[in-house]
Design a protein around this ligand. Structure first.
Ligand SMILES: [Zn+2]
Length: 302
């Protein structure tokens, strides 16, 4: 199952305690559903459980029972067919026949306790979130520009967030998409909606990624150092080979003879290993210095 489906399952399992919050939750998923107006109230969902929760909630909040039909494409369609019932639902949320429905009616989410429940309903209707191990991306998609702007304003106002997040809005075909990119924003949004486990999963994915990046950085650093060592060693061996063929190692100053033979016979040794193999101990920089001298002598041989 996708991460988004996991999140939605978690959101469906959240118990909405207060009547006011249940009202706000119902308003959230209806407002952002396929159609919410006097002429048509209908919701499409892929999940039977979601359809069931929606139908129960609408009944509890508005005393109207929607019909639930399984469509040909395997989706579930909730619909309120009777026009009197639609009037009942619309007026439950403060709309009369003249009001514009595609704006947030803040009277439905006046209490602080209701804001989370409202957002939970909104996300269930029009939200998705990507698997955090792949990328951090959470979005809300609606065909109404003003409503998506209202939502962006509403979400930016959560006091529970760790910081201010600026949602981006873009147009995608005939829809408007509001999205969040950072892992912190996604964690915060999931948490306020009540998807605490999913939020922890995002946190875990972030920690794992950070750790892996650190390890990779360290490995790259070590590999770069290793390459440097290998490059230096092969230059030193070329130099010693040249000395062997020309003046001979025995003509080198005494303090360079042993290290020259040792390096020539052990191309893979690190500076530390070379320093430890000398009869008289020497620091790594001491070894490096002498090897450099040998290279200089080789360079001076015409
Ligand atoms: Zn409430």
């Amino acid at each position: 199952m996708s991460f988004s489906a996991d999140v939605k399952n978690e959101l469906l399992s959240v118990e909405t305690q207060n009547e006011c919050c249940l009202h706000a939750f119902c308003y959230g998923f209806l407002l952002c559903s396929r159609s919410f107006s006097y002429r048509d109230i209908s919701i499409l969902t892929e999940h039977k459980e979601t359809a069931q929760v929606y139908a129960d909630t609408i009944y509890r909040v508005c005393s109207v029972a929607p019909s639930v039909v399984k469509s040909g494409a395997g989706k579930y369609r909730l619909e309120i067919k009777n026009s009197d019932d639609r009037v009942k639902v619309m007026s439950s949320f403060g709309y009369d026949s003249k009001s514009r429905t595609m704006r947030i009616n803040y009277a439905n989410i006046a209490d602080d306790c209701c804001k989370s429940a409202f957002l939970r309903g909104v996300f269930l209707s029009c939200g998705t979130v990507n698997d955090p191990s792949k990328r951090y991306h959470l979005e809300f998609v609606l065909p109404f520009k003003n409503l998506i702007k209202d939502l962006a304003y509403f979400i930016s106002g959560f006091e529970e967030f760790q910081m201010d997040y600026e949602p981006k809005i873009i147009q995608r075909n005939s829809n408007y998409v509001m999205y969040f990119k950072g892992s912190e924003a996604i964690e915060d949004i999931l948490t306020v909606m009540g998807a605490v486990n999913s939020s922890l999963e995002v946190m875990g994915a972030k920690m794992y990624k950070d750790m892996r990046n650190n390890v990779n950085r360290k490995l790259n650093f070590e590999n770069a150092n290793l390459d440097k060592t290998v490059g230096a060693a092969s230059r030193q061996i070329d130099a010693i080979g040249k000395i062997k063929k020309t003046i001979g190692i025995s003509r080198l100053p005494d303090e360079l003879k042993e290290i020259a033979r040792l390096r020539y016979d052990n191309p893979d040794m690190s500076l530390r290993e070379l320093s430890e193999s000398l009869t008289e101990p020497l620091s790594r920089s001491g070894v490096n210095h002498r090897l450099k001298k040998i290279c200089d002598i080789a360079d001076s041989i015409k």
